[in-house]
Design a protein around this ligand. Structure first.
Ligand code: ADP
Ligand code: NI
Length: 226
């Protein structure tokens, strides 16, 4: 790993240090590891730009930073050359779900790699854990049987709903079960398929255990439609 990526990791560790809402530094380490796996099958991508963007992609997320500008500050302070710094900021700006939606169109392969790497970390067993952590950290209930998901949210509605109260299980329908369709690389799609199946299994078991049969039917129908 290059010296500048090491420095970025140290910077991100400070930025994410105090978080316990699913945006802790381990999220960054996992996204970097996911990016490496995708890079191994995507030799045409600029690996340095991908790594820096993976490491810095959440330092300005509104959930952990009120003021923003930290990625840009780091790149300047670390003396990263202008073209590479611009590329890294471009990737970070392009990838968020609230901006790019469930069917992103990226102009650069590097955006696709980092987007897939980040989205994979919201799926599977890790995705289940992060959703529970986030919900606990924001005082949301685990499950409200009377509150079915509001479907077809616009990006703005999604953001407002995400900030206001909602139960953890709805987040699977609002976002997590749609991530498979947002994958842009071959390696990302393959891994997403596996993690998607695990989330489906988790939800089936969850609804079966509490005998929430209308939710079980809703899930089956949702999967047919999405
Ligand atoms: P990422 O950093 O992976 O792009 P987000 O910033 O959207 O993802 O959210 C981080 C994690 O917090 C997600 O993996 C998800 O599990 C959880 N999360 C985000 N929004 C909600 C929500 N409204 N309800 C429950 N969990 C959420
Ligand atoms: Ni992230």
């Amino acid at each position: 790993m290059s010296g500048i990526v090491e420095k970025a990791l140290a910077f991100a560790k400070e930025c994410h240090g105090g978080d316990n809402s699913g945006h802790d530094f381990m999220h960054i380490q996992r996204v970097l590891a996911n990016a490496e796996r995708i890079l191994a099958e995507t030799p045409e991508a600029d690996a340095e730009a991908v790594r820096l963007a993976a490491v810095l992609h959440d330092v300005d997320d509104y959930k952990i930073s009120a003021k923003g500008g930290r990625a840009e500050y780091f790149l300047q302070a670390a003396g990263v050359e202008t073209v590479l710094a611009g590329k890294v900021l471009n990737i970070i700006g392009a990838i968020s779900f609230s901006k790019s939606g469930s069917h992103p169109h990226f102009e650069m392969i590097e955006q696709a790699v980092v987007s897939d790497a980040d989205k994979l970390d919201a799926m599977g067993a890790i995705g289940v854990c992060r959703t529970v952590m986030y919900s606990a950290a924001t005082q949301r209930p685990l499950f409200l049987a009377a509150e079915f998901p509001a479907e077809n949210l616009t990006a703005d509605e999604y953001k407002n709903k995400a900030r206001a109260g909602n139960h953890a299980i709805n987040h699977f329908f609002d976002k997590l079960l749609k991530l498979k369709g947002a994958m842009q690389t071959k390696a990302g799609q393959r891994e997403a398929e596996k993690r998607h199946q695990f989330m489906v299994l988790f939800l089936q078991e969850f609804f079966d255990e509490i005998q929430a049969s209308s939710w079980r039917a809703y899930l089956d129908d949702f999967l047919k439609r999405n």
